[in-house]
Structure formats: structure tokens, C-alpha cells
Design a protein around this ligand. Sequence first.
Ligand code: G
Ligand code: G
Ligand code: MN
Ligand code: NA
Length: 253
Amino acid sequence: VNIEQALRGGLENHELFMVYQPQISADGSFYGVEALVRWDSSILGSVPPDAFIPVAEASGQMPILGRYIIETTFADIKQIRHTLGRSFSTSINLSARQLLEPDFASYFIGKMQQENIEGRWLTLEITESLLIEDIPSVLPLLHTLKSYGVQLSMDDFGTGYSSLSMLRMLPIDELKIDKSFIDAALTDKSAQQMAQSIVTIGKNLEMDVIAEGIETQEQLEMLTRFGCDRFQGYYFARPLDKEDLAHFVKEKL
Ligand code: G
Ligand code: G
Ligand code: MN
Ligand code: NA
């Protein structure tokens, strides 16, 4: 059985679930989470998203998978919000394909309203795999989402060739410095300078900047010095299931 077939069954049998990686503000407080999908397949075992998301896109399953991710995340965050007694930011990764679905904005806003989640608590992470040619067709959709308070984040920033032109054209609120720069920042002068330059670009454009893949205190100190607004990485926490996330936040408060 290949991934494409197993995924059809896996979606029907609810084998996919979400984990939540904490994001920490520069003052050390809990800011929110990034939602990350996981799949424990009854046939293939654990399959990483890097392996099945491209297959979902190529096989036409992304609309269903994308809605499954959004609806599971909304149900989970309502539950966690109830446990914690407070709202918090949740970032959801979008594949470029999802933004090209003609009814995506009305679907997403409809779900927000149905589930009673305000847009200001939601961030959509988009990547540079969104082609420059597609931008004119997604701009109205992005502005509609923004009019409901939804935040937009440019994920993996600095890795694609089109970064700067996309930044200029899209209504982005947050830049996410790609992990590869953070990995190399302590040992490689140019990676360090790139990370610092990305923070400067973000600040100059009045965007928030988040560093992902923070694994050590040294990385945290360097990125703090550069002026990052938020951090995410194993140094703080791995992606957690919803029960462990609630425990993590309670400890922090
Ligand atoms: O969580 P992990 O490091 O295994 O993620 C690997 C890749 O899969 C990353 O590029 C991440 O952005 C992507 N990914 C994880 N969860 C989701 C999701 O819910 N939707 C989309 N589109 N991509 C995801
Ligand atoms: O492409 P995207 O940024 O959405 O992918 C996030 C991925 O990075 C997730 O799969 C998550 O598991 C992984 N990740 C998050 N923090 C760390 C970290 O500190 N170290 C490593 N190696 N991976 C991380
Ligand atoms: Mn991401
Ligand atoms: Na990323």
C-alpha cells in the first residue's frame, strides 16, 4: 500500500492528529503555539508530514486534509482554552494549494465564527512555495482574512528565492526566521549576519519576528540581542499533545 492509498483510509479512520509547539515571547511568557500535524498510520506506522503533505497535494487530497487539520485544531484549542481559562495565539501551516481553493476564506471565516474563535488568536503560516505568479489570485483572499483579524506569517523565511518580492506584495504580520539560520548562527558568521539582517528587515517593515528551532541558551541569547519578538524550539518545548500543552502552560503561569 502506498502513502496515497493509506492516507485516504487514515483520514477516514481519524489516524491523523495535531501536536502543539509553544511559542515564547521575548519577556519569557507563553505567547501561543504552532499546530503541527502527525499521522500514526495503521498500515505504514508513523509517517512524517514532509512525506505525506506533498502526496496529499499531488493526489488531490489536500482540500480534505487541510480542513481536517483546521477543524481538529479548532476543536483542540477550544478545549485547551477552556482548561487554561485564557485564549492564546495558534499558528496553522497552510500549503500553497489551500490558498488557491476558491472558497478558502469563506470556509475559514465560517469555521471561526461557528467555533467562536476570534481572528486575532489565529495566524496562518504561508511559505514561499506560493509562486509569485499566484500572488495576484490570493491577495483578495488574504485581505479578507485580515479584515477578520487573522494574522499572516511568512514561514521558513530566507530559504526561497522570492522572499523579498513576496514580502513587499503580501500583507504579512510576522516573519519566521528559518531554522537553518538558527542552526548555523553560533558557528557560521554569515548565517549569524543573515539572521540579524532578517530581524532588521522585519522590524523596518513593522512586522514581528520569530526565531524557530531554538535549541540552546546561546542561540536564545543571540536572537534576543538581535531583537526577535518570539521564540520556538526544543530549548523551550517539543511539539506537545493537548494534555501536555495544558500542563506546560500551567507551569509557566
Ligand atoms: O512537524 P515537522 O517538523 O515534522 O514538520 C515538517 C514539515 O511539515 C514542516 O515544513 C511543516 O511546516 C510541515 N507541516 C507540519 N504540520 C503541517 C500542517 O498542519 N499543514 C501543513 N501544510 N504543513 C505542515
Ligand atoms: O516548516 P515549519 O517551520 O512549519 O516546520 C516546523 C518543524 O520544525 C516541526 O516539524 C517541528 O517539529 C520542527 N522543530 C521545531 N523546533 C525544533 C527544534 O528546536 N529543533 C529541531 N531539530 N526541529 C524543530
Ligand atoms: Mn511552520
Ligand atoms: Na519554518
